[in-house]
Structures are given as structure tokens and as C-alpha cells.
Design a protein around this ligand. Structure first.
Ligand code: PMP
Length: 406
């Protein structure tokens, strides 16, 4: 299949709109992606023709809605190549998936003084959730340092393990630098120390094929809205052995088998972790999005975005005063963080917006990383499967224009 980006763009109605009477250039895909028509249509169709609560009713609509919901779980299983749908838990997103692990693993498997290893390049969701556990239980957070080029120092990682290490929790891809961490090595080293590992896949799943069995990770988290699916839905993959071992997350309907005031027993996996009515329409939308990217081919999406990133780096590096963070080695993901001369990132972002170019500015929910880089923030252009070299040219022309104003 040839990758025809212009025809792919037709699937995303919003890309045709104008902003301040300029064609929209949407380079904030790291924050959230736009939705193809098939995702919105599938959700509309479910609301118009199927809607009923899942897993509860004996009636036609409830059974149809339940079928759709469980088929979506199977689509996620296939997408991640998980062994079984019992290992796929629906959550509200990466943040909730991580908090589920910190709460349940923290509750079931960690004591005061026990240690978690995270990295310097984590998103706040993978820092603050552990800090909350630290406040509750007195656990210790250890941090893998990074090089000036924004790569994990693997030999330092190995040195952090002690007999108190209980879990490792690191991101697959940095949402600021685009660094793709050597996830397989990180997992292997954790396992050599007999420690399970959670991987934050918020910025990996939209860009390249992820296979949880091949990675051999114990938990993997991602968000639907960053992979062309709806907001408010995400996934936690967990190996069955761990999910069986750790206590439930929230209490309520659906996660129980029997309830009495004396004793309550919990439901089978994955329902033990899914209290309350799930967002079953969003799971349909998520499944559509995963089918959409699978149909395009994750390998084609990856190749397209790698080429776009390579082109963008080449063009951007020609701009006077340009400072690009990370991307020291080839193979960085479709995220470029930069500053230009002494222009404040907020000013640059605001002026680019007036040209119809949407980028992100600030600390990108990764303040410890930004501090490590010795700066206050960056501009971030993050690409999606529908972006083009012409749009990169518009970005570079826009930056030049702003630069000349300062
Ligand atoms: N981790 C990373 C690496 C992210 O980029 C993000 C989103 N910026 C998150 C976690 C949190 O994702 P969400 O807001 O969808 O829960």
C-alpha cells in the first residue's frame, strides 16, 4: 500500500478548516490527535442506534452494546498483541492507568521504605502518582538520570537496584524530547533483578508498533485520544499474574461477584478493575481508531513520521538561533522541542498561532526534565500521521517571520 497523505487528510474533517483565515497547521499531536470521520461516525451510530448499558441487561440493545464493548477489548488485545482480553483494562487514559498501578500495586506489594525507579524524563502522571503513594506509605522514589543529549544513562539505571526495589516505571517515548527509550533492555534489566515494570506508552502507541509480549513488560499504559480515538478512554495492559495478585482499584458495580455487609468477593479479570459503567461508546471509538491505524499500517505511519521528523530537523536547524533539545541520535520520535534565540517560548507559540500554526509551549507536564535541561520551557512541534512537509515549511517560515520581529 502506498501512503497517500493527501487522501488520508480527507479522513479528518478538522484539517480542512481555517484559523485566523489561514489554513490550520496542527502540530500539537503530542497533546491530542484529531479524529478521523470513521471514529466519530461509529460513536454517533452507537448513540443513535444501539445505546444501552453494558453487561447488565437481558434486552437486545444491552446485549448488542456489550458485544461492541467486548469486541473493542479484543481489538485492543490484537493491537498490543496481548495474550488474552483478561489482560486489557479500560481506563480514562494513561494517567488513570498509571494511577491504577501506583494505587493497587502500591497497596498490595509495597511497604514503607520500598523503592520505585522512574526516570528524569517522566510525565508528571508518572511522578506525582508515586509521590502520592510516597505520602501514604513512605515509599522511596529513585530517578534514572539522563545525558545532556536527553538519553537515559543505562549504567546508572542498573546501579539504582537494591533489595528494596519493587517496581520500575518509565516512559517508552519522551513527550518533550522524542527520545525512544530502549524499552526491551529496560524490561530485561528489571526482570534480571526480579522486579516488574510499568511502561508509559502515551507517546509510543501512536507512532510505531508495540508488542507487549515481545517487550515482556508487566504493565503498559496508553491513551485513546493520542492515537486518533476519543477522549476519556485509555488502556492498562497487565500480565494476568500481576492483575490477579494486586487488589482492585475502585469499588462499585461490575467489579464484584457477590456483596454482603460481611464479605464481598471480586469479579474475574479484567472486570475486577472496572467499577461502574464504562464509557462503552468511547471503547467503540477507540477500537475504530486502532482499526484505522492498523489499516494504514503502523510501519507506514512510522516511516512517514520518521521522514517528516528528519526533514523538519534538517530545515529547522538552518534557522538562526535555533536550539533543538534531544534528537542527538537518529531514531527520535515525531516530537521536536526547541527554542529560538532569546524569544520566550510563549511569545513564539502565540505568534505562530496567529499564522494558523498550533504548537505546544511550556513545560509539557515534565517539569523535572525541563529543569534538568536548565530552561523554563520549550516550543514543541509534534507530528501525526496526516502532517506534511509543506506544513513543516510553513512552520519554518513562521519561525523566521517571528525571529525577524524580535
Ligand atoms: N505520559 C506521557 C508521556 C504523556 O505524553 C501524557 C500526555 N501528555 C501522559 C502520560 C498523560 O496522558 P493523559 O493525559 O491522556 O492521561
Amino acid at each position: 500500500m502506498t501512503y497517500d497523505v493527501q487522501s488520508i487528510r480527507q479522513d479528518f474533517p478538522i484539517l480542512g478548516r481555517r484559523v485566523y483565515d489561514k489554513p490550520l497547521v496542527y502540530f500539537d499531536n503530542g497533546a491530542t490527535t484529531q479524529k478521523p470521520r470513521c471514529v466519530v461516525d461509529a460513536m454517533t451510530e452507537e448513540y443513535y442506534n444501539v445505546n444501552a448499558n453494558v453487561h447488565r441487561g437481558v434486552h437486545f440493545l444491552s446485549q448488542r452494546a456489550t458485544d461492541l464493548h467486548e469486541q473493542s477489548r479484543e481489538t485492543v488485545r490484537r493491537f498490543l498483541n496481548a495474550r488474552s482480553t483478561t489482560e486489557i483494562i479500560f481506563t480514562r487514559g494513561t494517567t488513570e492507568s498509571i494511577n491504577l498501578v501506583t494505587s493497587c500495586f502500591g497497596e498490595g506489594c509495597m511497604q514503607e521504605g520500598d523503592e520505585v525507579i522512574v526516570s528524569q524524563m517522566e510525565h508528571h502522571s508518572n511522578i506525582v502518582s508515586w509521590q502520592l503513594l510516597q505520602a501514604r506509605k513512605g515509599i522511596v522514589i529513585k530517578v534514572i538520570p539522563i545525558s545532556d543529549e536527553g538519553e537515559l544513562l543505562m549504567e546508572e539505571y542498573e546501579k539504582l537496584f537494591t533489595e528494596k526495589t519493587r517496581i520500575v516505571s518509565v516512559t517508552h517515548v519522551s513527550n518533550v524530547l522524542g527520545t525512544v527509550n530502549p524499552a526491551k533492555d529496560i524490561v530485561r534489566i528489571a526482570h534480571e533483578h526480579g522486579v516488574p515494570i510499568l511502561i508509559d506508552g502515551a507517546q509510543s502507541t501512536p507512532h510505531f508498533k508495540v508488542d507487549v509480549q515481545d517487550l515482556d513488560c508487566d504493565f503498559y499504559a496508553f491513551s485513546g485520544h493520542k492515537i486518533y480515538g476519543p477522549t476519556g478512554i485509555g488502556v492498562l495492559y497487565g500480565k494476568e499474574a500481576w492483575l490477579d495478585r494486586i487488589p482492585p482499584y475502585m469499588g462499585g458495580g461490575e467489579m464484584i461477584r457477590t456483596v454482603s455487609f460481611e464479605k464481598t468477593t471480586f469479579n474475574d479479570l479484567p472486570y475486577k478493575f472496572e467499577a461502574g459503567t464504562p464509557d462503552y461508546v468511547a471503547t467503540t471509538g477507540l477500537a475504530k481508531a486502532l482499526e484505522y491505524v492498523t489499516h494504514l499500517g503502523m510501519e507506514h505511519i512510522e516511516a512517514h513520521e520518521r521522514e517528516l521528523t528528519r526533514y523538519a530537523l534538517e530545515q529547522m536547524r538552518q534557522i538562526e538561533g535555533m536550539h533543538i533539545y534531544g534528537h542527538a541520535s537518529d531514531g527520535g520520535d515525531a516530537v521536536i522541542s526547541f527554542n529560538v534565540g532569546h524569544i520566550h517560548h510563549l511569545d513564539l507559540g502565540t505568534l505562530l498561532d496567529r499564522l494558523g500554526i498550533a504548537i505546544r509551549t511550556g513545560h509539557h507536564c515534565a517539569e523535572p526534565l525541563i529543569h534538568r535541561l536548565g530552561i523554563e520551557g520549550t516550543c514543541r512541534a509534534s507530528f501525526g500521521l496526516y502532517n506534511t512537509k509543506e506544513e513543516v515549511d510553513l512552520l519554518c517560515q513562521g519561525i523566521e517571520r517571528v525571529r525577524k520581529m524580535f
